[in-house]
Design a binder for this molecule. Structure first.
Ligand code: UN1
Length: 510
């Protein structure tokens, strides 16, 4: 933030698209589509541009381009692919200011969140470059019987469909695409319909990194475009981040294909919990709860949805949490002083408001924040509601709504059962100063990312591999050591070294 002190508004240098943005196929815009959809600024509600929606024909062209490009890209050395990716990471960083304004205008992201976006996008590039070199840089020799040379290697699958969400319009878009590319696949990417401009700029910048045309193609649109992509016969894998319902729909579409079995890598939602006992440090709890529940307007799949407070400290903790929440500034994300901006669009706001209204009618309201004045965009006031049963929250409310439940001293196991009973398993946190509590809780909780005495969002690439199980996704974890393998096929090679008169070096292996 200090580097931005001189900036009054990050959007000052924002350049809207001069014409409707379009699919990018083989490095060129494909302008044949007719149907358009507006690009909206969530802070003001204003339209700042539009996009051409990619038809099934355009999707087909994009897949063909990816197929052609795969002939060469699929045979490049992992070291060479890594070079493109690290160059691209540098270029993303050089364009940081541009992405700050893009993230503010198109996604309603604050500076803090936009910094994290660019940081994470660059981290993904460099991390997957490193993993590709390590895991795909050659054959791994295995210890076979005498007279035989055994080895194992990873190879790209082919064409990956990458379908990314609006809540991390740069980081997750880049994370998916660069994982696929690092592994030697080519890509047809479809960003969320709310944030295509950021993705469009990111793909245009790939040229500066020298990526060959056609290795990453972009199609734009909503569900219909995504459906045409997922159902295309010539894709070899799908990488998706978004809702559990959409992941199920993609799974069904892939299962209905008669051709090769197509893998799905999905990272979806969560009803994430944080358990606080009476030994926890209140100041730390307050700050971590507010960050986990309200940062990014609660629009993270990792965000805190349900807070379990031990009853003897619950009133005091709640008072501090509300104090910490009131200290956060809700407002225009392009103002560097703002902590929390709008939600993505009207549909999101209406759904959240309906949930909040229902809770309020039931008399559950504990605290409600204010929406900023003078801004006509989709601002959702942060809310805290109190529930009366440990397992009362059944659906994910994707926004700044926190639910609180009190638990009694002898109820820790029941709390953990309620957490597991949601069927999700993404993030989970515990705040306690009891020795060994983490060792007790960890094996009992189904969650992909567990945080002890800290907030539960903001996983760092390579340090906190991110992703869950059950309704939260398929794994493997993004930014983790196993991620690239899911973008690959495996090949085991066994050579009879005696067959060439015992001279193994005569047996050439390409
Ligand atoms: C998402 O919100 O879709 O740890 C996933 C975090 C982020 C979450 C990304 N990696 O907060």
């Amino acid at each position: 933030k200090p580097v931005l002190d001189h900036v009054a508004k990050v959007t000052a240098d924002f350049t809207p698209p001069s014409q409707p943005i379009a699919a990018i196929i083989n490095g060129k815009e494909e302008r044949g589509d007719k149907e358009t959809s507006p690009l909206l600024n969530p802070t003001t509600g204003e339209e700042f541009g539009s996009m051409l929606i990619s038809s099934p024909e355009t999707v087909d062209k994009a897949v063909k381009a990816a197929r052609d490009a795969f002939q060469t890209w699929g045979r490049t050395e992992a070291e060479d692919r890594a070079l493109y990716l690290t160059r691209y990471a540098d270029i993303l960083e050089q364009n940081m200011d541009r992405f700050f304004s893009l993230c503010a205008v198109e996604a309603g992201k604050t500076i803090d969140d936009a910094v994290a976006e660019v940081r994470e996008a660059a981290d993904f590039c460099r991390y997957y470059a490193l993993q590709a070199e390590k895991q795909m840089g050659g054959r791994i020799e295995l210890d076979g019987p005498t007279g035989q040379r055994d080895s194992w290697q990873l190879e790209p699958r082919g064409i990956f469909a990458c379908i990314s969400p609006w809540n991390f319009p740069l980081a997750i878009f880049i994370g998916q695409v660069t994982a696929a590319l690092a592994a030697g696949n080519t890509v047809v990417a479809k960003p969320a319909e709310q944030t295509p401009y950021i993705a469009h700029v990111a793909v245009e910048l790939m040229k500066q990194a020298g990526f060959p045309d056609g290795v990453c193609n972009l199609v734009l649109g909503e569900g219909e475009t995504g459906k045409a992509l997922v159902e295309h016969d010539d894709i070899n894998g799908v990488c998706f981040t978004g809702s559990t319902a959409t992941a199920h729909a993609i799974n069904r579409a892939l299962a209905a294909k008669d051709g090769p079995i197509t893998p799905l890598i999905a990272e979806t939602g969560g009803i994430n919990a944080l358990v606080v006992d009476s030994t926890a440090l209140p100041e730390q709890v307050a700050d971590d709860v507010v960050t986990s529940a309200f940062q990014s307007s609660g629009q993270r799949c990792s965000a805190l949805r349900i807070l379990y407070l031990q009853d003897d400290v619950a009133d005091d903790m709640l008072e501090m949490i509300i104090g910490a929440a009131e200290a956060r500034r809700f407002g225009d994300p392009s103002d560097p002083k703002t902590d929390i901006g709008p939600v993505i669009d009207k549909e999101a706001m209406d759904n959240l408001q309906a949930h909040a209204d229902k809770m309020e009618k039931q008399g559950r309201l504990v605290w409600k924040g204010k929406t900023p004045e003078g801004l006509s965009g989709t601002f959702m006031a942060p809310h805290i509601f109190e529930l009366d049963a440990l397992d009362a929250l059944k659906t994910e409310a994707f926004g700044p709504i926190l639910h609180v439940v009190r638990w009694k001293n002898d109820q820790l196991d029941q709390v953990l059962e309620a957490v597991n009973a949601t069927g999700y398993g993404l993030t989970f946190g515990i705040h306690s100063r009891i020795d060994g509590i983490a060792d007790y809780v960890l094996p009992r909780v189904k969650a992909g990312n567990i945080y002890v005495n800290r907030n539960i969002i903001g996983a760092i690439v390579g340090v906190q591999p991110f992703g869950g199980a059950g309704l939260s996704g398929t794994g493997p974890k993004a930014g983790g050591p196993n991620y690239l393998q899911r973008f690959c096929e495996e090949k085991a090679v066994s050579v009879n070294t005696a067959a060439a008169g015992g001279n193994a070096s005569l047996i050439a292996l390409a």
